[in-house]
Ligand binder design. Structure first.
Ligand code: FAD
Length: 816
């Protein structure tokens, strides 16, 4: 038997090695276009980052090794240019000499992989613009970084390769801007899970531009590139990496008349045979079946490629071997975080038309009392019958272990009820007596049994506030982290004594910080006859998901030409004060904040408290807490995965309740330039005088909140027409009077500039940064066909009840 294999890396080399183990007499020829075989693609970003220092470690075997150990004829720099199916030969071109020759086969295996997508945009071929697929690509990027020492890079694409490159470039001291066209990175996970990654990327000083794409790259001065985005924003960089996605290399198969399947992959059956039974295909270029939907799909990952190679070798040598399909189990490291998932996410389930429910829990990787415990968010998605559809987890340690357990459970056809019963290894350094997988199983089974009804973060802002009473069962000390608008705080510890304050004629939505205490409250209230709902994932998930995701506009139009400016957030110096420390490592949210709160209570004004914590959510929590309690965050950093925050005790801010009476609410009905300016001057003034300002944008006022570029969203014809006719964003706003075909508007802008008055865009930005609450009226958005994705970041979409609740706390409601 003579087997020819096209492609000598993950899939090709696995097939060749297994074939030899199955058939000592087979003639095995492996043809590889590039200069290396069997290299570790997955390690490429880490050599650029010098995490894997020794380049030779990426070269797993050489052709000589394969010949000596397995008697495989591996030929590098030999490209297959044609498949001649009738003759059962391939035409091979020697890359260096250009000489062509024919090679016959009994069985042909195609593992040509997938190439990086390079969009046909101006400038993608300029020096300094790279893609990363193989060793030569890696060498070029590494040499560029070593020699040119670029200060700034743009990474286009927030998938796992883009994130790995971003981290490794940052590791080399390069300031990275990450551009992602979707509104989230890591498309395999759901938005609220990706939101945790966004906050971490921002904390790690990555400049994150979400919902924006690459438009063009132009040459600038002294080797700099001007990267222009779809929004017309511009970033200057010396290095650009395109990691937009991959395209299967199926042209050879297509030209040979083989059937092409899902998104350009080579169609295969369960034995990985193509439409020609003597030709097999595998890896990134081959179509596979989703184990959940049974539909054709594609999955560019190394594990499936390797297992497919084994199945193909076994089938060629006479066994009834099958590759039954994929779940899509994956994991990626993003700085200190591990992000892992398996199965389908909620978007994919919606597209597949499969009904589902989900739970999101926050748990510790191991017992909290054992040093080094860290939190993880684990989301479990399941059918109404309890079939597991997928799971996603984000945390520091032990994340992939939980996903692997659930992936195995899915393989075995186990349900969420089985997860409740799984007996998993436990000792304090490794897990808890109730492993996060068990807890996710309990939570899902509770939901399906009707013990608790879950509500998800994305439903909150759509609630009819007349119908619901929102109950916050956290401790008062946790409230500076923020509250859901209109919620009433009755701590769980007091709930049973204050039960009369909870209305029986309304639906009750209960939340706490992580979803556990609210679950206890939900059970109690349910048994007392209340119609009660639990916020899955608690305030922690909600606040991460509705908060600002992208920090790019902060750096908009910043041209950096020196390395000194890379550190954007220099630590602040403390004037004086005694030093204290708090060890909150291992404590789950809100534990670290509560410990900090108690310490701050004990110390004197001006004293400095250093807190160490392992809950990565603490990075955002501590900032919000310090801001709302009048304390000063001096620095925030990580040391070997431990978050270290220095806080100087300040003058306590007046209690929120005392300040409420002075707050202002504005209803912004107009989208005119002059009225918008007036509204933001007032709002910023209210904040400057130490009170809260809420702005409720409705009808034409909504135009001020629109992004200034078109966003691809689904709309009907009327909505589209409205969209075209209405101005997009503050820059397009016109004067209400004397617009004079643009002359009046231009004049007023000029006058404002001359008098150093901020323009409307800057005013809005200042308002947003100062904490002015910006709300868009959901009802007007629906009427005018404006979608949430079209609004700038940091805007809440709310109903009238929310505006009314805000006005209850204000002593003036201003209508503009
Ligand atoms: P490849 O391994 O790409 O091999 C295909 C080979 O075929 C290529 O070397 C190509 O030169 C050769 N070839 C193509 N056409 C011809 C021809 N006509 N003649 C001769 N030779 C040809 N996956 C994970 O699961 N985890 C990870 O962490 C991970 N990290 C990654 C990081 C990077 C930077 C990259 C690029 C990929 C990563 N992957 C990861 C994906 C994984 O490497 C691929 O899924 C896997 O390599 C696919 O195997 P394959 O055999 O299909 O293709």
């Amino acid at each position: 038997m003579k087997v020819v294999i096209v492609g000598g890396v993950a899939g090709g080399a696995s097939t060749a090695a297994r074939l030899r183990r199955m058939d000592e007499s087979a003639e095995i020829i492996m043809l590889e276009r590039g200069p290396y075989i069997s290299f570790a693609n997955c390690g490429l970003p880490y050599h650029i980052g010098k995490v894997i220092e020794d380049r030779s470690k990426l070269l797993v075997v050489t052709p000589e090794d394969l010949k000596a150990m397995l008697n495989i004829d591996a030929r590098i720099k030999n490209e297959v240019v044609r498949i001649n199916r009738t003759e059962k030969t391939v035409t091979v071109r020697e890359v260096e000499s250009g000489r062509e020759y024919e090679e016959s086969y009994d069985k042909l295996v195609l593992s040509p992989g997938a190439g990086p997508i390079v969009p046909p945009l101006p400038g993608v071929d300029l020096p300094g613009v790279f893609t990363l697929r193989n060793i030569p690509d890696m060498d070029k990027i590494k040499a560029f970084v070593d020699q040119k020492k670029p200060a700034r890079a743009v990474v286009v694409g927030g998938g796992f390769i883009g994130l790995e490159i971003a981290e490794n470039l940052q590791h080399r001291g390069v300031q990275v801007t990450l551009i992602e066209m979707l509104n989230q990175v890591m498309a395999p996970v759901d938005y609220e899970m990706a939101a945790l990654v966004h906050q971490h990327l921002i904390f790690k000083r990555i400049r994150l531009a979400l919902g924006d794409g690459l438009k063009s790259i132009e040459e600038g001065e002294a080797g700099w590139l001007k990267v222009r985005l779809s929004s017309d924003r511009q970033v200057d960089a010396e290095l650009v990496i395109l990691s937009i996605g991959v395209r299967p290399e199926s042209m050879l198969a297509k030209e040979a008349g083989l059937e092409i399947g899902f998104r350009g992959t080579i169609a295969t059956n369960q034995h990985m045979q193509t439409s020609d039974p003597d030709i097999y295909a595998l890896g990134d270029a081959a179509q596979v079946t989703s184990r959940i939907t049974g539909e054709a799909t594609a999955l560019a990952l190394a594990g499936p490629a390797s297992r497919q190679g084994r199945a193909i070798a076994d089938h060629i040598t006479g066994r009834d071997a099958r590759f039954k399909g994929v779940w899509g189990t994956s994991v990626v490291k993003v700085f200190d975080l591990t992000v892992a998932g398996t199965g389908l996410n909620t978007r994919q389930l919606e597209q597949a038309g499969l009904p589902f429910n989900s739970v999101l829990i926050h748990a510790s990787n191991h017992a909290g009392y054992y040093p080094g415990a860290s939190p993880m968010a684990l989301k479990l998605i399941f059918s109404p019958e309890g079939k597991i559809y997928g799971a996603q987890a984000v945390g520091i340690e032990g994340v992939e272990k939980r996903i692997d357990v659930i992936a195995t459970a899915m393989y075995g056809g186990l349900s969420v009820y089985d997860l409740e019963e799984l007996e998993l290894a436990y000792a304090p350094p490794y897990s808890s007596s109730r492993d996060p997988v068990n807890i996710a199983g309990f939570s899902a089974a509770n939901t399906l049994r009707g013990d608790v009804t879950q509500m998800h973060w994305e439903e909150i802002n759509k609630l009819d506030r007349q119908e619901y009473f929102i109950l916050d069962v956290r401790l008062p000390e946790e409230l500076p982290l923020g509250m859901i608008d209109g919620a009433v705080n009755i701590p769980l510890q007091q709930m049973r004594h204050q039960i009369n304050e909870i209305p029986k004629d309304k639906k009750i939505l209960v939340y706490c910080q992580t979803g556990q205490r609210s679950y206890f409250a939900t059970r109690a209230l349910k048994q007392l006859g209340f119609d009660v709902y639990n916020l899955s994932g608690g305030y922690k998930t909600y606040s991460h998901a509705v908060g600002r995701q992208s920090n790019f506009d902060v750096f908009e139009n910043v041209t950096i030409s020196s390395r000194e400016e890379i550190l954007e957030v220099p630590p602040q110096s403390a004037i004086s004060g005694a030093e204290f420390s708090v060890d909150a490592c291992g404590l789950q949210c809100p534990g670290p904040i509560l410990k900090l709160y108690n310490k701050i209570k004990e110390v004197d004004e001006g004293d400095i408290v250093t807190v160490k914590a392992t809950d990565y959510g603490f990075t955002t929590d501590v900032e919000a807490w310090a801001q709302s309690t009048g304390n000063r965050l001096l620095s925030l950093d990580t040391e070997k995965g431990v978050i270290v925050a220095k806080i100087q005790k300040g003058t306590p801010k007046p209690q929120a309740a005392a300040a409420m009476g002075q707050d202002k609410t504005m209803v912004v009905f107009s989208g005119d330039l002059d009225k918008g300016i007036a509204a933001f001057i007032i709002a910023n003034g209210v904040i400057a005088s130490g009170h809260k300002a809420s702005m409720f944008f409705t009808f034409w006022g909504l135009n001020l909140l629109r992004k200034n570029h078109s966003v691809p969203v689904k709309k009907n014809l009327v909505e589209k027409m409205f969209g075209w006719m209405m101005p997009r964003g503050t820059q397009k706003a016109k004067l209400s009077q004397m617009h004079m075909a643009g002359m009046g508007t231009a004049m007023i802008k000029g006058i404002m500039k001359k008098h150093n008055v901020d323009n409307l865009t800057t005013m809005l930005e200042t308002a947003r940064e100062n904490g002015v609450r910006l709300m868009a009226c959901q009802m007007s958005m629906d009427l005018m066909g404006i979608k949430r994705e079209e609004l700038i970041d940091g805007i809440e979409t709310v109903g009238v009840a929310t505006m009314l609740a805000a006005s209850d706390d204000s002593n003036a409601v201003i209508f503009i």
